[in-house]
Design a protein around this ligand. Structure first.
Ligand code: NAD
Length: 252
């Protein structure tokens, strides 16, 4: 149980994994700021939190835009109090084999994941240090281990692991932990889009993926929300700089 009401920011929380994390942190007693590209797209997430008796607000920001990030974090601090929990979840894919990958597709993916997580963490860390408490959770991926067609995404997700460990080292003395979750296949619009790109039915892609997963099923956003709730919780203060693979089995 939280002894004190915390304010959390979850990026990319209009849908998918981010929405599940936002709902779970709110259910655990946190006030939650839902950040995504389009404020109106956040209405489902904030509406369900507020309907359940929680506190949520929506803000539009592109996490790769420095001015927008600083403005959004200041807005959260004003409206909900200093943010001391940050989940860097916003993400995009621009998959292609290396020889076809455009520089634009490289930059877009690296900017959203790496620059976005950097800008958000830098904007929030002052509030955490001042509070003597903070929890940063970054969304990596099993793709960090290498994945055909995802040179940009794999590099960004591996980069996030080094970023996470460095934040843990720099901020630990201020009561701030930083950890990464590396999901395997999770059923969201992101993986549905992958099926479309491959010319496959989503059900067939899920079945093919499940056949390769030890627990025999693909993941759901709530599987990641459970892990995020643990890492963001009060009691997880001695867990820092870790990468938790949430993938239904061991990873190589
Ligand atoms: P999703 O595409 O369903 O949702 C991503 C959200 O991020 C969207 O609401 C989108 O609008 C938002 N977003 C994108 N760019 C943004 C930006 N610049 N600024 C603010 N918001 C932005 O994806 P998801 O499957 O829910 O994935 C969430 C995170 O988990 C991502 O970081 C993704 O890379 C990671 N992940 C997903 C899977 C999976 O199988 N779905 C596996 C491993 C890791």
């Amino acid at each position: 149980m939280n002894t004190k009401r915390r304010t959390a920011i979850v990026t990319g929380a209009a849908r998918g994994i981010g929405a599940a994390i936002a709902r779970r942190l709110a259910a655990d007693g946190m006030a939650v700021a839902v950040i995504d590209l389009d404020e109106s797209a956040c209405a489902d997430t904030t509406g369900s939190i507020n309907d359940a008796g929680g506190t949520a607000m929506a803000l539009a920001a592109d996490v790769a835009d420095e001015a927008a990030v600083n403005k959004a974090v200041a807005g959260v601090a004003d409206a909900l109090g200093p943010p001391t929990v940050l989940v860097n979840n916003a993400g995009v894919t621009r998959d292609d084999l290396l020889f076809k990958m455009t520089a634009q597709d490289w930059d877009t993916v690296v900017n959203v994941h790496l620059r976005g997580s950097f800008l958000m963490s830098r904007a929030v860390q002052g509030h955490m240090v001042e509070a003597g408490f903070g929890r940063i959770v970054n969304l990596s991926s099993t793709s960090a281990l290498g994945n055909r067609g995802q040179a940009n995404y794999a590099a960004a997700k591996a980069g996030l692991q080094g970023f996470t460990k460095t934040l843990a080292i720099e901020l630990g003395r201020y009561g701030v932990t930083a950890n990464a979750i590396a999901p395997g296949f999770i059923e969201t619009e992101m993986t549905a889009a992958t099926a479309q790109r491959l010319g496959m039915d989503f059900a067939d892609l899920k079945k093919a993926a499940a056949d390769q997963i030890a627990v025999g099923r693909t993941g759901r956003p709530d599987d990641i929300a459970h892990a995020a709730a643990f890492l963001a919780g009060e009691e997880a203060g001695f867990v820092s700089g870790q990468v938790l693979y949430v993938a239904g089995g061991p990873t190589n």
